[in-house]
Design a protein around this ligand. Structure first.
Ligand code: MG
Ligand code: ZN
Length: 221
């Protein structure tokens, strides 16, 4: 038996390397006084719409458009970035091709196209995916998990790791809760049982309900 064999835990070394890169990126953001918020969630959960609402609130609260940044990750198209760019903020689209989540090197490439000295607030929208983005932190100060009621009541229990790792949990599309036969209190209890520390905010990006609260949770914490 060859005792010199080392079984490499590929997953672990990749995750650890990524974590170090994420910490370095956060230090870069801190040196420029930029606070970053990463949004994770399924395709269609409402990440882009929520970010647009939050940008609107920030602009109303006196933030200059150029002090707000948006990095959008999608497999293809720049549709989301086009939407967000209408608000006049700094913006970059990352097309990942076949990759189903963003990684820190992608973010570094995107940030080269932003003027960090002017930035105060950076929104990073991960690729629509509830599974692997959780394993690849990007260095944002807050990781926001968005789940919409249209995805079904059991979304949190089916994705325990992502739910546990979130700093803020958003239940979006609450205006559709009764149409989707979803018990919001049960959803919230499920999320709370997996993650006792994250604030849970109920929102509707469509009506604007709860978005002020989300804004204050993000900026306050
Ligand atoms: Mg989107
Ligand atoms: Zn992935």
């Amino acid at each position: 038996m060859d005792r010199r064999v080392v079984e490499v835990d590929v997953g672990r070394s990749v995750y650890e390397a990524n974590k170090r890169l994420a910490d370095e990126f956060r230090m870069l953001l801190d040196s420029y006084g930029v606070r970053a918020y990463e949004f994770m969630g399924s395709p269609g959960s409402g990440k882009t719409s929520l970010i647009e609402r939050l940008i609107g609130i920030a602009l109303n609260n006196g933030y200059e458009a150029s002090s707000i940044g948006y990095i959008g990750g999608d497999v293809a198209t720049s549709l989301d970035t086009e939407r967000v760019s209408k608000h006049g903020v700094q913006h970059v689209q990352i097309n990942t091709g076949n990759i189903c989540h963003l990684e820190v090197p992608h973010i570094y490439q995107a940030v080269e196209k932003l003027d960090l000295r002017r930035l105060k607030m950076l929104f990073i929208e991960n690729v629509g995916n509830l599974i692997c983005p959780a394993n690849f932190p990007l260095g944002a100060h807050r990781r926001v998990l968005v789940v919409s009621v249209a995805e079904g009541e059991d979304k949190f229990v089916k994705h325990p790791l992502t739910t546990r790792l979130a700093d803020v949990i958003v239940i979006n599309k609450v205006d559709l809760a009764s149409a989707a036969y979803v018990d919001l209190d049960k959803m919230e209890r499920d999320a709370r049982s997996l993650n006792p520390r994250a604030p849970i905010v109920r929102t509707s990006a469509r009506t604007g309900e709860g978005v002020d609260k989300l804004y204050h949770v993000l900026l306050g914490g």
